[in-house]
Design a protein around this ligand. Structure first.
Ligand code: ATP
Length: 374
């Protein structure tokens, strides 16, 4: 249970923001429920709605994403999403491609007390901005033999690709428009971060771009070319770029050098999990997906099926995704208070979940955060 004050309860302010909550699959609801309970206790004027999605909706309506779910998402100011392993997938597709949430922002910030595998994790504080809609995740795959009529000759193999043998292909699609908007988002974020009180004046904002432009001059070459063009409009922001494999090594060797990193979809997906590993657990990695008209928030990790039902999933990623959401809703002071409380729980170290070397349950961790909030 969340710790309650013994004094007379304060009046609950009228709800001014509506958040659609989709708890997700496997262990994800075990993180989401105590996080929503914790936020609810703070009386922030948020109304929670639960669109009917996933297995429950399928049982009740025959669809995992019925029209009522879409309407509830559309009516909400934002959505807080647990992770999905399938049944909630249609809702996620709508939030991503339906709402064109093109920038997936994945912060990677070390908190003292986190069980990082690095000897010197102090000062890690960067953000991966992953393009969220394009690249290999457009979901066009097929049999190589179907490409025979096109007789596509590999630039490297110099042979028709269908002649490689029985197998499959996937389409990697990168567009100028899709790249430009996500790169601009990254530069704007770098500027905004540089203005925050803890960073103001400490160092020049920087955007790092990581692509495989040497092997993929068409697709990744386009991404990098657009990034270099956009960079010209931001002379106050340092710009650098690396081949993505080199970047992966640098991210592990010198993570403190990074500020904002922008990448095509698949590299961003993979390397932001690796960034979670730098901190010590996928359970620490929050994310927010932003479009022009809508944003939703979800932990970067998957549904952790191997620990489902045990009540030990680390809710930090979900909680920090929720603080990103509160900032987006104009509730930045509350978001900061919660982040400071989470940092205190890590610094104290007595209520950490097993992925962080502790023995606390998910609920015990959230209770500790509630106590730290006072
Ligand atoms: P996806 O493909 O959806 O990203 P995945 O199968 O790659 O998912 P996860 O579900 O993220 O991977 O789990 C990978 C490992 O990390 C599992 O051992 C899981 O238990 C662990 N893990 C993920 N999230 C958490 C968390 N919040 N707390 C503790 N352990 C976690």
């Amino acid at each position: 249970m969340v710790a309650r004050s013994c004094s007379r309860p304060e009046p609950v302010p009228p709800a001014s923001k509506t958040v659609a909550v989709i708890e997700g699959d496997d262990a994800a609801p075990e993180a989401m429920r105590p996080v929503v309970a914790l936020l609810d206790e703070l009386r922030l004027g948020v109304r929670w709605t639960y669109p009917p999605v996933g297995a429950r909706a399928e049982r009740e309506t025959g669809s995992t994403f019925p029209p009522a779910a879409k309407a509830a998402i559309d009516a909400a100011d934002t959505t807080l999403f647990g992770s999905t392993s399938g049944k909630s997938g249609a809702a996620l597709s709508y939030l991503r491609w339906g709402k064109e949430t093109y920038a997936n922002v994945r912060p990677c910030r070390h908190m003292p007390g986190c069980a990082s595998p690095l000897a010197t994790p102090a000062g890690i504080d960067f953000v991966i901005v992953r393009e969220n809609l394009e690249d290999l995740y457009v979901g066009v795959e097929g049999a190589l033999r179907d490409l025979a009529p096109l007789n596509l000759i590999g630039r490297t193999t110099r042979r028709p690709v269908h002649a490689l043998g029985e197998g499959c292909y996937a389409v990697k699609a990168i567009t100028e428009r899709g790249t430009e908007r996500v790169v601009r988002f990254a530069f704007e974020l770098a500027r905004t971060r540089a203005q925050t009180p803890e960073r103001a004046g400490s160092r020049q904002p920087k955007v790092t771009c990581a692509t495989k432009h040497n092997m993929l001059p068409g697709t990744d070459g386009l991404f990098l070319g657009v990034a270099r063009e956009v960079a010209k409009a931001y002379p106050d922001v340092e710009f650098e770029f690396f081949i993505v494999d080199d970047f992966a090594c640098r991210m592990i060797r010198e993570p403190q050098r990074l500020d904002v990193v922008v990448m095509p979809n698949q590299y961003g997906d993979i390397l932001s999990d690796a960034a979670g590993g730098l901190l010590g657990s996928l359970g620490l990695a929050p994310s927010g997906c932003y479009g022009h008209d809508y944003a939703y928030f979800e932990p970067a990790h998957g549904t952790a099926p191997d620990i489902a039902g045990k009540g030990v999933i680390n809710p930090t990623a979900t909680l920090l995704s929720a603080t990103m959401m509160l900032a987006h809703l104009g509730l930045a002071p509350a978001a900061r208070r919660i982040e400071e409380a989470v940092a205190r729980v890590y610094a104290e170290g007595a209520n950490l979940t097993p992925d962080q070397g502790g023995t606390a349950t998910t609920q015990a961790f959230c209770d500790a955060v509630a106590r730290a909030l006072g």
